[in-house]
Write a protein that binds this ligand. Sequence first.
Ligand code: FAD
Length: 494
Amino acid sequence: MSQQNGEQSNLSHSLFDTFLHAKQCKEVLGSFEALCRHLGLEHTGQLQFYHKLKSRLNYWSAKALWTKLDKKAGHKDYDQGTACANTKCLIIGAGPCGLRSAIELAFLGAHVVVVEKRDSFSRNNVLHLWPFSIQDLRALGAKKFYGHFCTGSLDHISIRQLQLILLKVALLLGVQVHINVQFKGLVPPAANSDGQVSGWRAILNPPSCLLNQCEFDVLISAGGGRFVPEGFKRKETRGKLAIGITTNFVNHHSRAEVEVAEISGVARIYNQKFFQNLYNKTGIDLENIVYYKDDTHYFVMTAKKQSLLKKGVILNDKSDIESLLSPENVNQEALLAYAKEAANFSTNYQLPDLQFALNHRSHPDVDMFDFTCMSRSDNAALVRDCNGAKLLIGLVGDCLVEPFWPLGTGVGRGFLAAFDAAWMVKRWASGMPPLDVLAERESIYQQLSQTSPDNTNKNISQYSIDPTTRYPNINLQAIKASQVRNLYVTGEIE
Ligand code: FAD
């Protein structure tokens, strides 16, 4: 090899290493762009990009990753990356579920664009993963990007680390990710004077974003719990009052910190004595508490209202929960003290000198929130048809079903829904009649709210986007096309 060639490949190797180990969203995107520029590769939004990248980056360190991704890409469900080759997909949100959906659609060969309104991944909170999600992430090469990924018996990861892993995989597979771009709505197609009809477009902020000109066949909404696209209705389930508190402390990874045991979930009904002692010694009254060690020391607990009032965290009792937890009614200093005391007690005061980690606003990372009400969408998908141009819209993640976090259902059900949505897009691209696609999607959606690691198929290594690999005894025709006519919307949505 000539000296010049050697220098060129050294540079591409070090650019790839920078990308692999980047720890911030912008750093990932910047280093990836630099790598593509250096290799003279255009990031096309499709799987061909991945094959070109592989052929131009001859680097031993990348080989193990290529082997894993090649194995995934070779699965029969993807038809060698041709199943959705003519389908253009827009995904709203680069949270874990939006990115996981993007990866599946990329394997299917679709043209995939993700828009994310923020420009950083800042959530320290740690998610409990179901065994299949761990297996799934390993198969995508998670360990290559994040060496600590689920080592030993660890079954959790911070939201930001999860997003970083998925973002890197998505980019390698050709997905285009645009940060600081917010989805605002849809522009229906119009017919020009020759009677030619354009396709569906999105209204994106900033208006100067070039994607405003692009047409799409599929929209996947993964904008989280508060984001619901036009046309979808949500149902709320109200439980008994539940106030959650999350907090993160700096992890210095010292020997003393390493030795403190995690609490993977202790609930009042199983350990009355612990909670009674906590109350007697500190006045803190909890229903449950979880402690996970990751980049931070992460605690999440459900607190009883009376103890929050007594400890001066909530200033005045109010009947509606929104006013009860409104910033004016919360003493922030008392909240910090409450969270820290609970963390110290539950770890037997063995975590030395707890210091709060900072959140994206550079404030101590403590949050108090209400999860009395859980909401879910009535339907998982709909089709909009305007002047004969059709757009398939699907929901995934918290946007579809808000999770009950103590059970770790967020990413578990979120990933299942991402696979289901990809299956739906595959059906759509195969030319299946729209009402049949919708009926099948709703039949699968009926299963989602009951799923747990115990009642999904045990053979998790065989999971694919095909629902029959995951849900035992599923009836894909439980709902008939005639029952979903209301999900085929022509013209404007009322
Ligand atoms: P999100 O992570 O909310 O991502 C949505 C993304 O969309 C965001 O990045 C947002 O900026 C972006 N966005 C929104 N609107 C727009 C728009 N208009 N245009 C562009 N971008 C937009 N889950 C577990 O599995 N295990 C747990 O232990 C667990 N614990 C939790 C503890 C707490 C306290 C909380 C609050 C949640 C917990 N969860 C847990 C749930 C988990 O965080 C969510 O299920 C998961 O993050 C959902 O991923 P998502 O991609 O659907 O949505």
